[in-house]
Design a protein around this ligand. Structure first.
Ligand SMILES: [Zn+2]
Length: 336
């Protein structure tokens, strides 16, 4: 950039010390980034001249270093460019160039529950059985259910909260803070979602779930009519909670001809096969956004029903889509 413009920026800054970079940029009709760069250089070095560029070897490229970097990446793909650069006393940009040229990309690691060996074995065995003996032989709907606790004061649901203001804190307290009670009142929400995009009616209670309540309110009242009214076959994939597989409940599935995934086919600790957990997160975000509060189970049910319509058929299909694929890729990865 020419000297003249640099000086112009600087003089404007000196004449108007309270002006922000953005304002100077606007007044002079120069890009904001340019103005900020010039001001930053001025603050750092008391000069607007560009620093003399360090000599960089051009054209030559260190084969030895190239080889070392790639060998290190193969041995430990978790090292950062910074770590590798430090290891060989090379510039980070050089390391980046080598990595880029080798066609390597950076990917974010996926969070996985940390299983113990025994649990991990159970998970693997069940996932394999689920895939080979159930999912590959079945092409109808899969219905998953689960229950979750929801705070009655939606503002206390997990997540961040934002407010718009010209200055931090310059809004009333109810916007500025999230008031959190350590023992905020909660309610239990139960629902089922199906691969076809349909949802069962929701069941909300202040009681805690047990076999009897599960059988009466969830299975008899909601799951069975849902399956009966369904177009085509439905396989029920309950959450692994013990009351979903109690002796009483197992008997009920059989007596009522409900096709369900047996416990020994239901892998534990696999949230990636339980999209209903994502559904809970979506619903809780929606509730939080209202900033409201449910007074009782009926109130909570009203809020829930209204917001659940926003998670429409297509959205539920997207959530539930690809479960079989996920189970397959899980067992393939475990086999490696
Ligand atoms: Zn369905």
């Amino acid at each position: 950039m020419e000297d003249r413009r640099r000086k112009l920026i600087l003089h404007t800054h000196v004449d108007n010390p309270t002006w922000s970079g953005a304002k100077i940029a606007k007044q002079l009709d120069i890009a904001k980034t340019t103005v900020c760069d010039v001001l930053r250089r001025f603050r750092e070095r008391n000069s607007v001249d560009r620093a003399v560029q360090k000599k960089r070897r051009s054209g030559t490229y260190d084969r030895q270093l190239n080889w070392k970097v790639l060998r290190t990446v193969r041995a430990n793909p978790g090292l950062s460019e910074h770590d590798i650069a430090q290891k060989y006393g090379a510039a980070r940009s050089t390391v980046r160039r080598i990595i880029h040229r080798a066609g390597l990309h950076s990917y974010k690691a996926i969070k996985q529950p940390n299983r113990t060996m025994k649990q991990s074995l159970v998970t693997k065995t069940r996932a394999r059985k689920l895939y080979y003996q159930v999912l590959t032989k079945y092409h109808g709907c899969l219905l998953q259910d689960d229950e979750t606790y929801v705070k009655m004061d939606f503002g206390q649901l997990p997540g961040q909260k934002f407010y718009l203001s010209t200055a931090r804190g310059d809004v009333p307290a109810k916007f500025k803070f999230m008031f959190m009670d350590k023992f905020a009142k909660k309610m239990m929400v139960w629902q089922g979602i199906c691969t076809c995009g349909a949802k069962t009616p929701v069941f909300i209670t202040t009681k805690t779930m047990d076999s009897k309540l599960y059988k009466e309110e969830c299975l008899k009242e909601r799951v069975l009519p849902f399956i009966k009214a369904h177009n085509g076959p439905v396989k029920f994939w309950p959450d692994l909670a013990s009351c979903h597989y109690s002796r009483e409940v197992l008997q009920w599935y059989r007596d009522n001809g409900v096709d369900f995934i047996e416990k020994e086919f239901n892998p534990p600790n696999c949230p990636q096969f339980r999209p209903i957990e994502k559904y809970w997160a979506i619903m809780k975000r929606k509730l939080k956004k209202t900033g409201k509060m449910a007074r009782d189970a009926a109130g909570m049910t009203r809020f829930w029903k209204k917001l659940a319509t926003e998670v429409d058929t297509a959205a539920v299909q997207r959530l539930m889509g690809g479960i079989t694929r996920k189970v397959r890729s899980f067992i393939r990865n475990e086999e490696k």
